[in-house]
Design a protein around this ligand. Sequence first.
Ligand code: GRF
Length: 214
Amino acid sequence: MGVTRAVAVANPLNLVVLISGNGSNLQAILDGAASGELPARVAAVISDRADAYGLKRAARAGVPAHVVARDAHAGRDSFEDELLRRVESHAPDLIALAGFMRVLSPRFVGRFPRRILNIHPSLLPKFKGLNTHQRALDAGERRHGASVHFVTAELDGGPVILQSEVEIAPGDDAESLRARVLREEHRLYPRAIRQLAENRRRGMNMADMAADAR
Ligand code: GRF
């Protein structure tokens, strides 16, 4: 098995990644950070599910991983209070949602203006929400893709930072499309984070990044 050596990057962005499942986007971010291609350091991974495979990916990369289980809390406020404590203990520059299946409240999002990113499997503003691949097929779209955007109080509605397109082929079904879009996501998310890191290096603060986002 190959050994990935972490490459030191000056002043890396400090990231906390939130997951609920497989974590293949998390893996792309971990790989980018380890190779030095991404000027970022994953400070911690937090999952709302104890059985998320992404927790193993974090452990393999030597990154602290925490479970903040929704089931352990009576209501969303107390769940989010614990999540907030965990996130803030790592003092992130950015919080990257990567297949995190909880909708964060306006209260939580308001604590981190322009500092929470999400990756969504559609060309936003088309197909917000779930089942994006089937909905794109049903709508007769010829192009589909993925978007990285800032998280605001509106679900999948914050400013888009970068998008990547794929063509829908005649024989595509939701699964073939999902797999092709996911491969794009693995390039797109690190690219968007790198862009934000470069903006910061040029002296822009996190709020300025929103103005630069398109
Ligand atoms: C991705 O398709 C992402 O766009 C969506 O959830 C999926 C997560 O996949 N938000 P993974 O856990 O990163 O493999």
